[in-house]
Design a binder for this molecule. Structure first.
Ligand SMILES: *Cc1c(COP(=O)(O)O)cnc(C)c1O
Length: 333
């Protein structure tokens, strides 16, 4: 089945070796630079948006509606990508993170979304995906009454996981670059990135272990979510899922203290990557994901000498909204 796709990621993102970390950890570590995918600070959401905005274009939409956390990279990337395609964006920001300061509400992705011309609305809960989607749809109905053609990018399970198609495509791209990886370490939040990569590799018979590192929910909840997304993806693509339950690998030890909050394991991972390889991770997602690599080498789940691919999914725009958390984590940094 062919899906409409807007071309937002015009170049293959590099796979680079990380020689200093490889020597430190005793593995052969590479990084997939999806932080460079797409426009305006890029990231994994550019690949997902190719399919959502492709569908929006096919529906002749002129307005895109999307919901996310206040420092959501998804809404910022949507605002940039939709602007490029000539569509207006309405972003809904959910109060998902406790104890935030003024910079959190105004800098980083919020600043960029406004600069990109998005209209910003707010939703009071961060744990009600169905409610957040319902509020978007209500707003979309108002736009329709006003003569516009809205397209809603939904958040909750139960909607076709179009975004996962972007990571099935990314799996193909990776295999064309280098197919010799034993392990792929990747973010697991909404699950579209994790499920798409896993399904994409298995669809062509590649057996690399795909370890999803939790950024939003604990391992038990996330395992169920990934199963649900994989089944929905199989239905969407009309192919039986080639991923068994045992093939869903989840690690959640850097999630602490919760979504959007920087805890010690993530801060250590950020420092390790920055000071060893000169590459910056973000406090919400990629620091928690990369933390799995040294931890799983230490526990023996990733054996010495393995070829490991860490997928950098972006998120750098939020760094400047997390100034106080970062200053607390790195007081002399
Ligand atoms: C959204 C996001 C993720 C998580 O991706 P999902 O597809 O939601 O699981 C990881 N990294 C960054 C930088 C993100 O913005």
């Amino acid at each position: 089945m062919e899906f409409a796709r807007a071309e937002l990621v015009s170049a293959v993102t590099p796979i680079e070796p990380l020689p200093n970390l490889s020597a430190l950890l005793g593995i052969d570590l590479h990084i997939k630079r999806d932080d460079l995918a797409g426009t305006t600070m890029g990231g994994n959401k550019s690949r997902q948006l190719e399919y959502y905005l492709g569908a929006a274009q096919a529906a002749h939409a002129d307005t895109v509606l999307i919901t996310g956390a206040v420092q959501s990279n998804f809404v910022r990337t949507a605002a940039a990508s939709a602007a490029k395609l000539g569509m207006k964006t309405i972003v809904q920001l959910e109060a998902r993170v406790p104890d935030v300061d003024a910079l959190y509400g105004s800098n980083g992705n919020v600043l960029l979304s406004r600069l990109l011309g998005a209209e910003v609305m707010y939703y009071p809960s961060g744990e009600d995906e169905a409610g957040a989607d319902a509020a978007l749809r209500e707003r979309a109905a108002q736009e329709r009454q006003a003569g516009r053609t809205p397209y809603v990018i939904p958040l909750a399970l139960g909607n076709p996981p179009l975004g996962a198609l972007g990571y099935m495509r990314a799996a193909e791209e990776i295999l064309q670059q280098d197919s010799a990886f034993d392990v792929v370490v990747i973010a697991s939040g909404s699950g579209l990135t994790h499920a798409g990569m896993l399904a994409g590799l298995r669809a062509v018979g590649h057996s690399a272990r795909v370890i999803g590192s939790c950024v939003r929910r604990d391992a038990q909840q996330q395992r169920k979510r990934i199963r649900t997304v994989l089944d929905a993806l199989a239905e969407l693509t009309a192919h039986a899922s080639q991923v068994g339950d045992d093939d869903i690998m989840i690690w959640d030890e850097a999630l602490t203290p919760g979504y959007g909050q920087l805890g010690p394991p993530a801060a250590e991972a950020m420092a390790m990557m920055a000071r060893t390889e000169g590459l910056v991770l973000d406090p919400v997602y990629t620091a928690k994901v990369f933390a799995a690599v040294p931890a799983l080498v230490e526990s023996g789940e990733i054996t010495k000498g393995s070829r490991v691919l860490f997928v950098h999914t972006g998120g750098l725009a939020s760094l400047f909204a997390y100034q106080s958390a970062l200053e607390n984590a790195f007081p002399h940094g």
